[in-house]
Design a protein around this ligand. Structure first.
Ligand code: IMP
Ligand code: MG
Length: 176
């Protein structure tokens, strides 16, 4: 495995994002919608670095499309215990680990938008723009733009492994 983003660089960038978000949502209640499972580490670090005066709520949905593969299956499953009227009038910020084809966020975004949030934005730690299939999901906040490589660590998995790593690594194709 090769390290792509060191732990210190991740933390520094998450801190910058948190400062920007704190400023832009000042005086509002920020409804953080974390896409499980990959985004848990990012959500936890980001939330701790937000301005302590900012009101926040944590919510979670689970999405999956990869299974035991490094290629998206193309069909996205979304599981949620949220009732849709929870989004009405809220300032929703989707917290995502990585945007690849864009299918996951396109589906989630469409769903939330149909329930009249006050605002809906996307914050992704990683963006792999070369792989985009769906173009209506451009994120407002991006941690790092990365090349078309399968990455792991800091919440991201390959077949449920490696989520615990504190850095982002590129998985050696021989380990797949
Ligand atoms: P999309 O629907 O193709 O944009 O895929 C988004 C989801 O696929 C992300 O939320 C990740 O969970 C997963 N994913 C995409 N690329 C990678 C990767 O390089 N490593 C691990 N998971 C990935
Ligand atoms: Mg994900």
């Amino acid at each position: 495995m090769k390290i792509l983003i060191e732990e210190a660089d991740l933390q520094e960038r998450v801190d910058e994002l948190a400062k920007k978000i704190s400023k832009e949502y000042e005086g509002k209640t920020l409804y953080l919608l974390c896409i499980l499972k990959g985004s848990v580490m990012f959500l936890a670090d980001l939330a701790k670095k937000l301005d302590t005066d900012l009101h926040t709520e944590f919510h979670f949905v689970e999405a999956s499309s990869y299974g035991e593969s490094t290629e998206s299956s193309g069909s996205v499953e979304v599981e949620s215990s949220l009732s849709h009227d929870e989004f009405e009038g809220k300032d929703v910020l989707i917290v995502e680990d990585i945007i690849d084809t864009g299918r996951t966020l396109s589906k989630i975004k469409k769903d939330i938008n149909s329930h009249n949030p006050a605002s809906l934005k996307i914050c992704t730690l990683l963006d792999k723009p070369e792989r985009r299939v769906i173009t209506d999901v451009e994120p407002e906040y991006i941690g790092f733009t990365i090349p078309d490589k399968f990455v792991i660590g800091y919440g991201l998995d390959y077949d449920q492994q490696y989520r615990n790593l504190p850095f982002i690594g590129i998985l050696d194709p021989e380990d797949i």
